[in-house]
Design a protein around this ligand. Structure first.
Ligand code: SAH
Length: 237
């Protein structure tokens, strides 16, 4: 990280993250690499990017206690531009379903505040991430390097189109609710690649895990209900 926080604060946050990881295990998450990443990443900073961007050198005081109180509970929280960061359980569930191996090339649709991006990077993936909201894209592009995550490639664009320049990808994760499976994303997967995508236009969506068997054959499995903000067409400004 580009800044330091007091040891007391670190201990407090570490304790909160340990409890969160215990809750995730109780809810059925077993992948140790996913749990390790969540244990390590300071989620509270991702919810408070403005403070980090304004006070880059030394963070001592917890300046937004209400937000910090919630950062390690299993809740979705607002990140600006009308968007939310996903519940930790949702992040853990989607990441587990991606079956990440070190060195995997992963495309993420919906960078948001970059928390999911950081989880993938901690697991040794090469991450390409697309965000359609300019405000979120601009902030997260500055914020991630401050947190020590320099390696993600970020694009301001429309995730429906994928990122042909860097295709094919081993894995693709969509972190917004899609009304249908975008054909461009299937086309940009390697054979044997995995797409994890929440589908549905109502209040709740069903999580789908799609494995590309051949250029034309796909295997789809559906899992329980989740809540996401909608995947929208075209770039917003
Ligand atoms: N992975 C994010 C979750 C953010 S919420 C995180 O960890 O914070 C979903 C994000 O998807 C929002 O930021 C929203 O703007 C973005 N989004 C919605 N439709 C999109 C599209 N077509 N292309 C790219 N991003 C999109």
């Amino acid at each position: 990280m580009d800044f330091s926080i007091s040891r007391n604060d670190e201990l407090l946050f570490e304790g909160k993250r340990k409890r969160l990881v215990e809750q995730l295990k109780e809810k059925g998450i077993t992948n140790q690499a996913v749990l390790n990443a969540i244990l390590k990443i300071p989620r509270h900073f991702f919810l408070d990017q403005d403070t980090i961007l304004q006070k880059p050198q030394h963070i001592k005081l917890i300046e937004r206690p209400a937000l910090l109180e919630h950062a390690y509970s299993d809740k979705a929280l607002k990140i600006g531009a009308g968007q939310t960061i996903s519940h930790p359980f949702t992040v853990a569930f989607q990441t587990e379903k991606l079956n990440i191996q070190k060195g995997d090339k992963v495309l993420e649709i919906g960078t948001g505040c970059g928390y999911q991006t950081a989880v993938l990077l901690e697991m040794g993936a090469k991450v390409y991430s697309i965000e359609r909201q300019k405000e979120l894209f601009d902030k997260t592009k500055l914020f991630l390097p401050k947190m020590g995550y320099q390696l993600a490639k970020l694009m301001y664009g429309d995730g429906y189109k994928g990122w042909p320049q860097y295709a094919p990808f081993d894995k693709i994760i969509v972190t917004a609710a899609a009304p249908y499976i975008p054909q461009d994303l299937l086309a940009q997967l390697v054979i044997g690649g995995i797409l994890v995508i929440p589908l549905g236009e109502g209040e709740e969506q069903v999580m789908n895990v799609i494995v590309k068997k051949t250029d034309k054959e796909f295997e789809k499995q559906s899992f329980g209900k989740f809540k996401f903000v909608p995947m929208l067409q075209n770039k917003a400004s």
